[in-house]
Design a protein around this ligand. Structure first.
Ligand SMILES: [Zn+2]
Ligand SMILES: [Zn+2]
Length: 405
């Protein structure tokens, strides 16, 4: 399922930190290796590109062709030794690239485009192999192992385990799900690294064998600061691929293909990435303090830590009810109740939703509390419910909350 072509990626940082973020000018590094390999070829190769007014050098042209070939051509989903033939012309693929990065879409190689191409980036293709198709690979297990690395790597995994019901465990021998390698140049796959700059790292999408494996270019200057390549940001990006995420076009997303430093103090997954990974794995559950809407200490926690049965690995919804100070967990036609004062599950559950919450229906997609009423939605229908009176107060349409009246 996992092909190296898809698998490689590099890093980039993204920022949720607004004014705190420092943007590091990408250092423009020529990929000498590529130039050496392809520079000579381009003289004899047919020139398929229309030059813009500020004519690009042959080296830039060759660099651009290789870049498009690596990141924007349809590389197919074959195995690690084969690539399918590109179906689009260089100009068409270049337009795709310009559109992806929000550049003017001209299909011509200009300075701005070549500058973006030379920014340090992830080695994984920008063309989604899976997109919105149902076949997007993901891990089916709940605990993933990795090997022999330091705190920063653990911290990068924690960005994900904080928001999805998946745990990461370090092992010191044997084959881990996610094998992590720091090596420069050729390192055993079809995607040799290119020295300082250019490609920083890459990772395989989920799957057996090399699936999830993540490689870092050891020729980079890895740091924990704004200088060089920040390992936390790059690792977090690569682990996104290892969990099944593709590149994002959103500049603020962690999964944006080029590297950008942002302040890593208190760094959390940006919204776009959090939603992406939660759409694959479901959500981790939090307990919210309803008075100030802050997160209660010690959360999020896996569902089993509440005392929910371990077979219950995901939920339809959870909501805090302030009158009883309990959290209700909903799954299909049933629900459970957790007492936040005693910090344990209430006995006598699960119960049927239709009995405990008469009138709301037999299933819940989402739930929240507002001014001591509970709101439940199921499809387009939403009800306002009084837990105190055990009855539906009003029936609304979901879009009412978007002020669409
Ligand atoms: Zn990437
Ligand atoms: Zn590699």
């Amino acid at each position: 399922m996992c092909t190296p072509g898809h698998a490689l990626s590099s890093i980039k940082g993204v920022g949720v930190c607004g004014d705190a973020e420092e943007i590091m000018e990408p250092h423009v590094v020529s990929l000498l290796l590529l130039l050496l390999m392809f520079g000579g070829l381009s003289e004899s190769a047919p020139v398929s590109i229309t030059m813009s007014d500020n004519a690009m050098s042959e080296a830039d042209q060759a660099f651009a062709e290789e870049y498009i070939d690596l990141y924007f051509s349809d590389v197919g989903t074959l195995n690690s030794t084969m690539r399918s033939v590109t179906n689009y012309s260089f100009e068409e693929n270049l337009e795709m690239m310009q559109s992806f990065f929000g550049l003017e879409v001209t299909g011509k190689l200009d300075n701005e485009t070549i500058q973006v191409m030379k920014a340090p980036r992830c080695g994984v293709s920008d063309i989604s192999k899976y997109g919105h198709f149902a076949g997007q690979p993901k891990w089916e297990k709940k605990v993933l192992t990795y090997r022999d690395v330091d705190n920063t790597i653990a911290q990068a995994f924690k960005l994900y385990s904080d928001v999805i019901p998946l745990d990461f465990k370090q092992i010191t021998s044997g084959t881990a799900d996610i094998m992590i390698l720091f090596k420069g140049g050729y390192h055993g796959d079809f995607y040799p690294f290119d020295g300082r700059g250019g490609v920083l790292a890459h990772a395989n999408s989920p799957g057996r064998a090399e699936g999830g494996d993540t490689h870092f270019d050891d020729d980079e200057h890895w740091t924990l600061t704004s200088r060089g390549s920040n390992l936390l940001l790059v690792a977090a990006h690569e682990f996104g691929h290892a969990l099944g995420l593709d590149h994002s076009r959103l500049r603020g997303a962690l999964m944006y293909p080029t590297y950008r430093y942002v302040n890593t103090n208190g760094y959390k997954l940006p919204d776009d990435d959090r939603k992406g990974v939660q759409s694959l794995y479901g959500k981790q559950y939090w307990a919210i303090n309803v008075y100030d809407r802050s997160m209660m200490p010690g959360y999020p926690q896996p569902l089993t830590s509440f005392g929910l049965p371990s077979i219950l690995t995901k939920l339809d919804a959870a909501v805090y009810e302030s009158y009883t100070q309990s959290v209700f967990f909903f799954w299909e036609a049933q629900y459970w109740s957790y007492d936040t004062r005693r910090k344990q599950m209430n006995s006598g559950y699960p119960k049927f939703i239709s009995q405990g919450f008469p009138g709301i229906g037999s299933k819940v997609d989402a739930a929240f509390e507002n001014y001591s009423y509970l709101y439940f939605s199921n499809g387009a229908k939403q009800v306002e419910y009084s837990y105190y009176y055990k009855q539906v107060v009003r029936t609304l349409l979901n879009y009412g909350w978007l002020n669409c009246y």
